[in-house]
Write a protein of this length. Sequence first.
Length: 408
Amino acid sequence: MLAALRAAEGPHGTRPRSSPNAGVAVAVVGRVVKRRWFSWLCGVGALLALWRAGNWLWATPYSGERLNAATPQAGIQRAALAPPVLERASAPAPEPSASVSPASPPKPIEATASIPARTPLFTNTRNFLLVGLDRRADGTGPALADTLVVVVLDEQAGHVGLVSVPRDLYVDIPDAAPDRINTVYNVARRAKKAPLPFLARVVADTLALPIEHALAIDLGVFERGIDALGGVDVEVPCPILDRFLDARAPEGRRTLDIAEGKQRMDGATAAMYVRSRHGRSDWDRARRQQAVLLGLRHELETFGGFSRLPSLWDALEASVETDLRRIELFGLARRALGIDPTHLHGLVLGAEQAHGERTSDGRAVLIPDHDAIERALRGLFSAPSPGVRPKSAKCAPKDAALRSGTRA
């Protein structure tokens, strides 16, 4: 290129005005310089885009505190909650209102026995806590953690287990009186502690199950997420007729009337379905929650569901609370969709793992049997598919929730 320029110059370095070689050389140089600047700018732009994409994927925009694996310590002696101030409840499964915050906490319980030290289970799996926060019908008041599901992922064997924890399980709470597990989130808020790690720690200690990460979502956002997918198919084992307070409905109430079999549900119907007290048992409600989660997975596997992922992300992004990075969420979603359906298992901690009692102030709670819980968890990966009712279980009357006189 320099030789071409010199050839175009005159004897004293002057450039003849009419030399055609000079014009060609200048044009060549100009093109080369432009190409180099363009390539340089493209390279810088690509690096900036990669840097921004990496920051976006690696960010944890939903919560400022990582859990650092809430792991129960092996060998800890814990007090059993079986004191004389409790009396047997008449109903096997307590049903306090899910939409009203609990009354004042019960009086501190004096320990009367100790349970054996327990070694944490599933230390070679990845365990995640899913929390569904429910509020009053008018959207006010504290949110109760009424949906608690521990996801146990065995990556080596390719199995996933869902463990539903009863919301009325009576548990030890650090630096506070024992109370229902669904109040722990708000106990942490009142104590100005990070609520999600605090709840994960309580669940980990109660189940002797290490919790690596946690994710919480308001059930109202869950409803919008299902609508963003265009609905979800759910296997309904028993017909249900129930009514719910809903300020969006013309008369302030919304009716759930759903038949047995596979049903297509929009967001509002799915939210009522998982909240309903039909069956008079939190355990039936937990199975319905698992069935809807399974339906969501199936929906995302379809082409239509996959194409609506951006809409689903927009519906959930601003309202999710978790210590997971975006790239971790995407990775877990990919693994969940890749699991063989026959390797999905559901376990509901029920009457064999907890029994109903009443506190001295008359509140119904469930007292955990830690040995029975451990036995149930050991059989998790031989349990049936999530949401499946026991074969021996019978359907309650369709309007059982209305007959009880309670409203969700």
